[in-house]
Design a protein around this ligand. Structure first.
Ligand SMILES: *Cc1c(COP(=O)(O)O)cnc(C)c1O
Length: 386
């Protein structure tokens, strides 16, 4: 291995001159909060995902919150969520006063197990939140077939902007969906989120919840200076700013290129690691497109020459930053204490949490960077931990 160590971050947003120029307009026009840029961003996002409605929010977390609220999720309801996900998926259920019911995931796809999901259904189940883990769409056809009709499906598409499943985009596969524009995701607005749905009634409700619960349908009368909108529901301020949307519009224009580039390198990683028996490479969809928000390998603990943590330490020593795939929600002390979870309650999620490594994959990596990561993994595989 070469002596001049690189520093390779696990993720790095790709922003530049165009994004910088894009924020001039809102700054100089003085229209900073939700306005024309948000409307344009929403329209572009809906067009690209082939969905009738898109609505920008402050984050995917707030998007999930109001998506669930719009579906009428409240106290006494149960909402099924995968146990291997970012904590926000489960938190959003608790924000509604409902109970998150965790179900196990597959260590091959990292997505929710449909059989486990169906087994968890009770008469109180109001919705299922499916996560498209790291940009691989969950098996939505199986899920829809297996679930009772009255149970709503929410897509946690935080990592799945531009992902495709059977010719349909993420964001159109359930009743309503939530996306994230956090800098770790495929495209970014700093913080930010988006709700999509083909149900106009749900989106009307969501729009009201985004904006303090204001009822802006005050009738056809000419508004008078003293007219104020009524509030007939407890809403929130989850509005995106025009500054963020201006950046989002530019980022969205780059989404396809970002995904294609990352997809090429993900396949390259898969090829490079094909002969390494302790690495299980991430699944590629048979009929669709992975958005490759992250490249997450599964380390087979019985075959690996070192423990997962030793491997991550060794990579860090070479300047390569990595993270576990995501959280096992039942292992987080807030959830473990609240529900008395044990690690074996969701063995798939626990194994994914313990044995996965997200390797660097982002649009600012060079060929030399990718080869550097590959060489480090190959060295580790030959037991050369320095
Ligand atoms: C990142 C992420 C979230 C949270 O997104 P924010 O925009 O940071 O609120 C939720 N769910 C999943 C699966 C995520 O990866």
């Amino acid at each position: 291995m070469s002596n001049n160590k690189r520093q390779i971050p696990i993720a790095l947003p790709s922003l530049g001159e165009e994004e910088w120029q894009a924020v001039r307009e809102p700054i100089f026009s003085g229209w900073l909060t939700q306005g024309p840029k948000v409307a344009e961003f929403e329209k572009d996002f809906a067009d690209i995902h082939n969905v009738s409605h898109a609505m920008a929010t402050t984050s995917c977390t707030s998007a999930l919150h109001i998506a669930l609220k719009a579906l009428g999720v409240g106290p006494g309801d149960e909402v099924i969520v995968p146990a291997f996900t970012w904590v926000a998926t489960a938190n959003a259920v608790l924000y509604c006063g409902a109970t998150p019911v965790l179900v196990d995931v597959s260590c091959r796809t990292y997505n929710l197990e449909v059989t486990e999901c169906v087994a968890a259904v009770t008469e109180r189940t109001k919705a299922v939140v499916t996560v498209h883990a790291f940009g691989l769409c969950a098996d939505m056809d199986e899920l829809k077939k297996a679930l009772p009709q009255n149970i709503h499906i929410v897509e946690d598409a935080a990592c799945a902007a531009g992902a495709i499943h059977n010719n349909q985009f993420a964001g159109t596969l359930g009743d309503i969906a939530a996306f994230s524009f956090h800098p770790r995701k495929s495209i970014t607005t700093g913080e930010g989120g988006m709700i999509t749905s083909n149900h106009s009634g749900l989106m009307e409700e969501a729009e009201k919840l985004r904006n303090h619960g204001l009822n802006l349908n005050v009738g056809s009368n000419k508004p008078r200076p003293y007219d104020m909108p009524d509030v007939d529901v407890l809403g929130f301020n989850y509005r995106m700013t025009d500054l963020q949307a201006a950046v989002g519009i530019v980022q969205l224009g780059k989404l396809n290129r970002f995904i294609e580039e990352r997809g090429r390198w993900a396949k390259w990683y898969n090829d490079q690691f094909a002969e390494i028996d302790w690495i299980q490479c991430p699944e590629e969809p048979e009929n669709g497109r992975h958005s490759w928000q992250s490249y997450v390998i599964y380390v087979d603990p019985d075959k690996a020459p070192h423990s997962r943590n030793e491997i991550m330490d060794a990579l860090l020593a070479e300047g390569i930053s990595t993270r576990p795939g995501t959280q096992a929600v039942h292992m987080l002390s807030f959830y473990a204490e609240k529900y008395g979870f044990q690690k074996d309650d969701f063995p798939g999620a626990f194994k994914c949490y313990s044995n996965t490594i997200a390797l660097p994959l982002h649009n600012q990596m060079t060929q030399e960077d990718f080869e550097y990561v590959r060489d480090a993994i190959v060295n580790i595989s030959q037991s050369k931990i320095i």
